[in-house]
Design a protein around this ligand. Structure first.
Ligand SMILES: CC(C)(COP(=O)(O)OP(=O)(O)OC[C@H]1O[C@@H](n2cnc3c(N)ncnc32)[C@H](O)[C@@H]1OP(=O)(O)O)[C@@H](O)C(=O)NCCC(=O)NCCS
Length: 221
């Protein structure tokens, strides 16, 4: 009875489609991520661009970022707070007058994917997460330029390679990363089976995949 009441309450606050999606993800779901990796070579100074200014955001801008990055959902303030840890960087692209964020990515050491990759990554690896370009500015090379800027930021922080975890069916993001020279390094397959979750991990050089149990609240990497 308690469960039914919780479901009805969630449907009222989040909408029926969102709740059904959550139920489906718990019961039977498979999500395949391509692991991309790129060694960072000698980086020059980041280039300047006409219609966008790329820079590192700082923790003092949290309230402004929360207003700007609405696509990150209701928990965005809490999510953004975690992006300013040691060794991390939040890179944004803003319009020349500085009023609007049109590019965002988190350069992060913290991720389930890194835990799952185990010995395949080391302390000199970093990953990009929450990559996003504002829909009105897509397909104009913003992400390509932004990720080149991110390479410079990562190299400045002494990282030697950069990883990205892209859903296999995300054609735009896969094209973007492959065009920028990221190599296909492996697969992480997340599976939900009646509330239990596990991942299968296979990287370049592995003979077989590894099966790892993951926490039941994990939705994505
Ligand atoms: C993926 C995303 C960041 C791309 O940003 P963008 O600024 O439009 O990308 P670019 O203009 O730099 O495109 C670079 C390349 O990516 C690929 N690409 C980008 N959008 C594409 C699309 N809609 N369809 C097919 N390929 C696409 C192409 O190979 C493109 O090169 P081309 O224009 O020479 O063909 C953007 O679509 C986005 O924010 N998507 C939603 C969030 C998301 O999926 N993030 C990635 C999570 S891993």
């Amino acid at each position: 009875m308690g469960l039914l009441r919780r479901l009805i309450r969630s449907c009222r606050t989040d909408g029926t489609a969102a709740v059904l999606g959550r139920v489906r993800r718990r019961l039977w779901h498979t999500r395949t991520c391509v692991v991309y990796r790129k060694p960072l070579k000698e980086m020059g100074m980041p280039a300047e661009y006409e219609n966008v200014v790329f820079r590192e955001a700082h923790a003092g801008e949290l309230d402004w970022l929360t207003d700007q990055l609405v696509h990150m959902g209701r928990r965005r303030q809490e999510l953004l707070e975690r992006q300013f840890g040691p060794g991390d960087a939040t890179v944004i692209g803003v319009t020349p007058d500085g009023s609007e964020v049109i590019f965002h990515v988190w350069l992060s050491r913290e991720s389930l994917a890194f835990d799952l990759l185990g010995p395949h990554v080391g302390p000199k690896d970093v990953s990009t997460r929450r990559l996003w370009v504002s829909p009105a500015h897509r397909r104009r090379g913003i992400a390509s330029k932004g990720l080149r800027f991110v390479d410079c930021v990562a190299a400045e922080k002494s990282y030697e390679s950069i990883c990205a975890f892209v859903e296999e069916r995300n054609v735009p993001s896969r094209g973007l990363h492959e065009g920028l020279g990221y190599e296909d390094y492996g697969r992480i397959v997340l599976r939900s089976r009646f509330g239990r979750k596990f991942a299968r991990v296979r990287c370049r050089g592995d003979q077989t995949s590894r099966r790892v149990t993951v926490a039941s609240d994990v939705i994505t990497l």
